[in-house]
Design a protein around this ligand. Structure first.
Ligand SMILES: Nc1nc2c(ncn2[C@@H]2O[C@H](COP(=O)(O)OP(=O)(O)O)[C@@H](O)[C@H]2O)c(=O)[nH]1
Ligand SMILES: [Mg+2]
Length: 364
């Protein structure tokens, strides 16, 4: 069918450049690792982290409503534009798919994933499954959900004791905040939690974690500024075993200067953890900031190559229209998204749920 042979701009481009990896490869070629997410100014990191905003209003919106509110910018940017394109359309043709392709690409779903989505939709169009705009919208949601579900799994922290989570990622993405939220959540669930402040580059980094710990009554193992991160980790592992904790969460620095340094540092930390607690770390959680869009992909690629990664926490989805990055980061690296951050309140760090996420995006 002639219609289906028509190539969208980006697929044409794809054939020329063979893959999405250009941005990431550029980054990989550099010896320097960005010490902060490049497209956003480094956020001020107050020693005193923002007080968790727990609403005291009697009628609190449900968790799903809160998720929808957190994803509003992405919803407006991505689904709002899709709706403007497809709703009321009586017939879907190759031009519609080409326009859809552009919307997906510019919503940070990523070239590779977008091209794959559009090809699948073309096949469904060929089978006469997409008779109107509503059907196209439904099919797109299904295809996105299928890709998010394919790699999905949540952390099973009861599988080991102590369960050790090593948290990595560049500076400013939200590692320490995410750890603070996790500590508070696990301890509220009755788990015994211990934190390790292995970001020893600045005194403030440890202090920030200590404050989070105090807030939820969780102990923090920390050394002086400039100490060897592996020494902190060593003490923390010993303490975790001696105190029989359920979960040990290790904060690390995002300021390593070269890929080689990063790899060596990570290897050393992992070696120490594994020696003290056989089989640990049980999770290496890469934190990425959704607002950095395509840079989040570059970071995921870099860390996946330089250090082992087993799951992703995607923060700051609330402040960005680039939420499509969830699909790209999970699908392109075949990694589960464990958590998403949709605000600064303690319960704004949520278990990632592909069904709930796509519902929140696509529901009116
Ligand atoms: N809006 C929003 N801000 C966040 C979220 N997660 C972290 N932040 C903010 O991002 C900034 C940097 O966080 P921090 O944990 O210090 O980053 P780190 O350098 O990776 O440890 C802080 O101001 C946090 O309050 C989120 O999900 N939503
Ligand atoms: Mg930090």
């Amino acid at each position: 069918m002639e219609k289906q042979e028509k190539k969208g701009f980006f697929r044409g481009l794809m054939d020329k450049i063979s893959g999405i990896s250009t941005v990431a490869e550029e980054l990989d070629d550099q010896v320097e690792i960005p010490s902060e997410a490049p497209s956003v100014p480094e956020p001020e990191m107050p020693v005193e982290p923002a007080k968790p905003k727990i609403s005291e209003e009697p009628v609190k919106p449900g968790l799903f409503e809160r998720l929808k509110m957190g994803l509003k910018k992405t919803k407006d940017g991505l689904v709002g534009r899709i709706d403007a394109l497809v709703l009321g359309k009586k017939e879907i043709d190759a031009d519609t798919l080409e326009e859809l392709e552009e919307i997906l690409i510019t919503s940070d779903i990523g070239v590779k994933t977008t091209v794959e989505l559009i090809r699948t939709l073309e096949q469904r169009l060929g089978r006469n499954e997409l008779k109107d705009g509503e059907a196209l919208r439904r099919a797109l949601k299904e295809e996105i959900l299928a890709r998010l579900t394919a790699h999905h799994s949540l952390l099973e922290i009861n599988s080991h004791r102590p369960f050790v989570v090593l948290v990595i990622g560049v500076n400013g993405v939200g590692k320490t905040t995410t750890i603070g939220k996790l500590a508070s959540r696990f301890s509220a669930e009755g788990k015994k939690v211990l934190l390790a402040a292995a970001d020893t580059f600045r005194a403030a980094a440890s202090e920030q974690l200590v404050i989070w710990g105090q807030r939820s009554g969780v102990d923090v193992i920390h050394h002086k500024e400039g100490a060897d991160p592996s020494a902190v980790v060593f003490d923390a592992c010993k303490a975790a075993v001696a105190r029989d904790v359920d979960i040990l969460i290790v904060d690390t620095a995002g300021r390593l200067h070269t890929k080689v340094n990063l790899m060596e540092e990570m290897k050393k930390i992992r070696r120490v953890i594994g020696r003290e607690i056989p089989g640990a770390p049980h999770e290496t959680l890469l934190v990425v900031d959704a607002a950095t869009g395509q840079n989040a992909l570059s970071q995921a690629r870099l860390f996946k190559e330089a250090a082992y990664v087993s799951g992703i926490a995607l923060t700051k989805l609330d402040g960005t229209a680039k939420g499509g990055i969830v699909v790209a980061v999970s699908h392109e690296f075949a990694l589960p998204v464990r958590y998403i951050g949709v605000g600064e309140a303690i319960d704004d760090l949520r278990d990632f749920d592909p069904q709930e996420f796509t519902d929140a995006l696509f529901q009116a």
